[in-house]
Design a binder for this molecule. Structure first.
Ligand SMILES: [Zn+2]
Length: 254
C-alpha cells in the first residue's frame, strides 16, 4: 500500500551529510520561511516539508545561491504545504480529557474517567475511556487493547472470506496484527497479511477497502494496473477510499 501509507509522522530520513541552516533572505523578495539545506551525493534538488520544517536536499555541486533561487521558485508550493501540515498538526489526536478523537469518520469528544475496570464506550458524540489513570500512556494502552480486540474479531474472518471469493484462499497463510509507524496493511510473498489495528478507528468502508487491497496482493504483489483492476473488481469505489486515507489518515495515529 505504499502509495498512501506514509503519513506525516514519518521521521525525516537519516541524514548522512552535513546540514546547515540557511538564511531565509535571498536575492529578490524575502522567502517567508526558514529552510535547512542538506547536501549529499544526490544528483537533483528536492524540497521536503515535515511538520513546520522545510528541508532542501541538494547535490554538493549546487551553490547556496542556486538553492535559494530554487526555493524562491517553489515558495508558493512550499507555503501551501506548510499550511496543510499546520492544519494536520492541529487535527492530530491528543489523548486528553475533552480532546477530540476522529472515530469512524466523525469527530467525537474524548472523555477520560478513572476506574479500576478499564473500558471504552462510544456514545453519540463522545468516546469514553475508563482507566486506572488518565495519563496519555495509560489511555493509549486501553484504547489500543480495545482496537486490537475489534481488529481480531473482524479482520481475519473478512479477509478469509474475500480471499475465498477471489479463489486466493490457498495463498493466504496467516492474518496478523501489528502497529507500525507508516503502514495500514502489508502482504508478504509467503501469504501473510498484516494489519495495523489502528485502522479500526476508520469508517467500515475504509476497513473493507484495506482488506480488498491486501487480499488483492495475494494474487498481484505489485501496484500495477492489473492490481488496481483486481481491487476495483471487488471494491469499485476504491479511489474514494484512497483519497479519504490521504486526507484523514494523520488523524488516526496514536
Ligand atoms: Zn499495496
Amino acid at each position: 500500500m505504499r502509495q498512501f501509507m506514509t503519513h506525516s509522522n514519518k521521521p525525516i530520513i537519516a541524514l548522512t551529510s552535513n546540514t546547515q541552516a540557511a538564511s531565509a533572505k535571498v536575492l529578490g523578495a524575502p522567502i517567508p520561511f526558514p529552510y535547512e539545506i542538506v547536501r549529499s551525493r544526490r544528483k537533483t534538488m528536492v524540497v521536503h516539508v515535515q511538520h513546520q520544517q522545510v528541508q532542501v536536499r541538494a547535490p554538493h555541486f549546487v551553490s547556496d545561491a542556486q538553492i535559494a533561487e530554487f526555493v524562491e521558485k517553489h515558495s508558493q508550493w512550499i507555503s501551501r504545504k506548510l499550511s496543510e501540515k499546520a492544519q494536520q498538526d492541529s487535527q492530530r489526536l491528543r489523548l486528553q480529557d475533552n480532546g477530540k478523537i476522529f472515530y469512524k469518520g466523525k469527530t467525537l469528544r474524548l472523555r477520560l474517567f478513572v476506574r479500576a475496570a478499564e473500558a471504552v464506550e462510544v456514545t453519540g458524540t463522545e468516546l469514553h475511556v475508563y482507566a486506572k489513570r488518565t495519563d496519555e500512556r495509560t489511555v493509549a494502552a486501553v484504547l489500543q487493547r480495545w482496537l486490537l480486540a475489534q481488529a481480531k474479531a473482524i479482520l481475519p474472518q473478512r479477509t478469509r472470506a474475500l480471499a475465498a471469493h477471489l479463489n486466493a484462499d490457498t495463498k493466504l497463510k496467516d492474518v496478523v496484527f501489528r502497529k507500525t509507524k507508516t503502514k495500514w496493511g502489508h502482504c508478504t510473498s509467503s501469504g501473510r497479511i498484516q494489519f495495523n489495528w489502528l485502522i479500526m478507528l476508520a469508517p467500515d468502508a475504509i476497513i473493507d477497502y484495506m482488506i480488498c487491497h491486501e487480499v488483492s496482493h495475494l494474487l498481484v504483489m505489485n501496484h500495477s494496473a492489473k492490481f488496481w483492476a483486481l481491487v476495483e473488481s471487488v471494491c469499485p469505489d476504491y479511489r474514494v477510499y484512497v483519497r479519504w486515507l490521504r486526507k484523514h489518515e494523520h488523524r488516526l495515529w496514536l
